[in-house]
Ligand binder design. Structure first.
Ligand SMILES: NC(=O)c1ccc[n+]([C@@H]2O[C@H](COP(=O)([O-])OP(=O)(O)OC[C@H]3O[C@@H](n4cnc5c(N)ncnc54)[C@H](OP(=O)(O)O)[C@@H]3O)[C@@H](O)[C@H]2O)c1
Length: 214
């Protein structure tokens, strides 16, 4: 894999848009996969000439790594619209939740969105990540005098290493948290982040860090 993997982003909203801007500013070329009738013009205008729009299957076909950032209940449908993604790294940034006086975790029967994607698309290489903090951090990962942690879960060490290298170059602090079964914990962690940020009064400028006693 080259030093410059080609990145596609499907879902150019709060998360995907900000992540795309961050990646472009970090030197990556990327394509936003957009649905017919939608566009990512505002985001692309902030990507310093490094991003363009394509249809979802075109963007997915072109890319080595595809970031998926759509409503949790649309993750499988959006991935299906990519066409054949055999061998591609699919980074699942999504969370399953509903709002009932606060965030409520609503995982699919497979246990996590990532597990549902892995079941539906067994030839893709799934990595869970970039889901445990608010979208402000996708644009700017600084947290105090350090960087926010991006926990990465998945079966393929090679895929995690690739996503990790992208995250590092973009200013995040990646941490390998093990196999795909741990994606469920990352989705739970995200629900906790939303509770702390939006219900418990801590605000959105918070993030989880793994600290070590020296
Ligand atoms: N917001 C946060 O702070 C945050 C943080 C961490 C993780 N997350 C998770 O990240 C995901 C995205 O959140 P967001 O806040 O970025 O959402 P958002 O702003 O609503 O953006 C969602 C994007 O998904 C696209 N989309 C919706 N349905 C689609 C489909 N069936 N196929 C293809 N594209 C589709 C939308 O495009 P159109 O213009 O075509 O509708 C839009 O660009 C969610 O799963 C969320 O739980 C959010």
């Amino acid at each position: 894999m080259s030093q410059n993997p080609r990145i596609a982003i499907v879902g150019a909203g709060n998360v995907g848009g900000n992540l795309g801007i961050r990646f472009a500013r970090s030197g990556y070329s990327l394509r936003f996969g957009v649905r017919e009738g939608s566009n990512a013009d505002d985001v692309i205008a902030k990507c310093e000439g490094k991003a363009e729009a394509a249809s979802i299957p075109e963007a997915a076909k072109w890319a080595d790594v595809i970031f998926l950032s759509v409503p949790g209940n649309a993750a499988v449908e959006a991935t299906r619209s990519m066409g054949d993604i055999s061998g591609k790294v699919l980074v699942d940034c999504n969370n399953p939740l509903k709002w009932e006086d606060g965030p409520v975790h609503t995982p699919p029967p497979e246990g996590s969105i990532t597990a549902a994607l892995a079941k539906a698309f067994p030839t893709a290489r799934l990595v869970k990540g970039f889901n445990t903090f608010g979208a402000e951090f996708h644009l700017d990962p600084t947290l105090g005098n350090t960087s926010i942690d991006v926990q990465l879960a998945g079966e393929s060490a090679e895929a995690k290493a690739l996503v990790s290298s992208i995250a590092t170059r973009a200013g995040f602090n990646p941490i390998d948290v093990g196999l795909l079964r741990n994606a469920a914990h990352l989705e739970s962690l995200a629900i906790l982040w939303i509770h702390l940020a939006l219900r418990a009064g801590h605000g959105r400028q918070i993030g989880f860090k793994l600290l070590k006693r020296e």
